[in-house]
Design a protein around this ligand. Structure first.
Ligand SMILES: [Zn+2]
Length: 148
């Protein structure tokens, strides 16, 4: 994306957000040469971001799966709906702002775990048990022993 002021080829993305009406991504950029800022609109040919799963398979990113995982972990726990929504919004933003076409599920899971840890320990452990695929009580014991 050439700088509109000096023609330099490289710029840094300061902010990117999707414009829902036009199916485009609006990006604020800063030229790495002259430092001027400009906005670009890039049309997305609706190529979904792919999530690399631990087993090596790939799936298109689906925010509903994130929401589902969070709400299951928080079932009957003192985590409010808006707190859960905040986490999934953060994940959505992370995926949208990520300039890569593929993101590992571990990346996303780690962010969710970090947020849940700050909110509720039980929700955190529940989420971790699914995310890290706990197989036995020893997995729980190890995990809990390593909690700080
Ligand atoms: Zn420039």
């Amino acid at each position: 994306m050439k700088c509109i002021y000096c023609g330099y080829e490289e710029s840094k993305v300061l902010d990117s957000r999707s414009t829902e009406e036009s199916n485009a991504i609006r990006r604020r950029r800063e030229c790495l040469n002259c430092g001027k800022r400009f906005t670009t609109y890039e049309t997305v040919e609706s190529i979904p971001v792919l999530i690399n799963k631990r087993d090596g398979s790939k799936q298109p990113f689906d925010i509903n799966k994130v929401k589902d995982g969070i709400s299951k972990a928080c079932d009957k726990r003192p985590v409010s709906l808006s707190q859960m929504e905040q986490i999934s919004e953060e994940i959505e933003k992370y995926v949208q702002n990520n300039l890569k076409q593929e993101i590992s599920s571990a990346n996303i899971g780690n962010i969710i775990m970090e947020r849940l840890k700050a909110l509720d320990e039980i929700a955190y452990i529940r989420f971790a048990s699914v995310f890290k695929n706990f197989n036995s009580k020893y997995d729980y014991i190890n995990f809990i022993n390593n909690l700080d």
